[in-house]
Design a protein around this ligand. Sequence first.
Ligand SMILES: Nc1ncnc2c1ncn2[C@@H]1O[C@H](COP(=O)(O)OP(=O)(O)OP(=O)(O)O)[C@@H](O)[C@H]1O
Ligand SMILES: [Mg+2]
Length: 224
Amino acid sequence: MIRLEKIQRRYRSDEVETTALDAIDLCVEAGEFVAVMGPSGCGKSTLLNVLGTVDRPTAGKYLFAGRDLADLGEKQRARFRGETLGFVFQSFNLIDELTIAENVALGLAYRAIGDRAALVAAAMDKVGIAHRARHFPHQLSGGQQQRAAIARAIVAGPRLILADEPTGNLDTENGRQVMDMLAGLNAEGATIVMVTHSLSHADCAGRRIDMLDGRIIASAAGAL
Ligand SMILES: Nc1ncnc2c1ncn2[C@@H]1O[C@H](COP(=O)(O)OP(=O)(O)OP(=O)(O)O)[C@@H](O)[C@H]1O
Ligand SMILES: [Mg+2]
């Protein structure tokens, strides 16, 4: 599904140049659950952002289902994201002024779909927050907010879920719930790439890749 060839991402300011990604080669098959680990600053979020087409590599090739994403313009990228991807972040990134149901509906922005309300209800039901539909984010616990963010990520039925430390702000029990949820979505067919600092959460994945200084230094099958 995903093929990265010699992907490089360099940041340049006046005096300093940082190589966040340095010749990354990576293939992810449809249906895989991949955990990405490595020390702070090694390029994990940059890798996820490139996979999510919110960041462009400075060199290299990104093929998604055989299509070269470098050929897409900004509008097409936004459409690609809306139709194909679901994002989950450490800090939930819910909009405080919107209700939970309205936040979840944001995941449908790029889809021309008739029955939005039914899809939103189904997604909230799936993550167990249907009873909080009319609440606002600050009225929910951290675990509930992350589950709402997952509902927003999955409401349009994405093929690929990109999660950047989705349990980073959660306690053990809520972190476990979120991991069970991601494992369940993977079992239903979603491909997942997840950044984590937790070895036990990485074990939920079928494969783990370790990064250091912008490179992949190891890739190994996980506990699945
Ligand atoms: N917008 C930017 N401008 C300049 N340098 C950046 C920018 N974003 C990231 N970097 C640099 O790229 C490198 C990789 O950053 P990245 O955020 O991908 O790390 P990370 O592995 O996700 O770290 P963490 O575990 O702390 O989240 C770092 O050295 C960082 O300083
Ligand atoms: Mg990061």
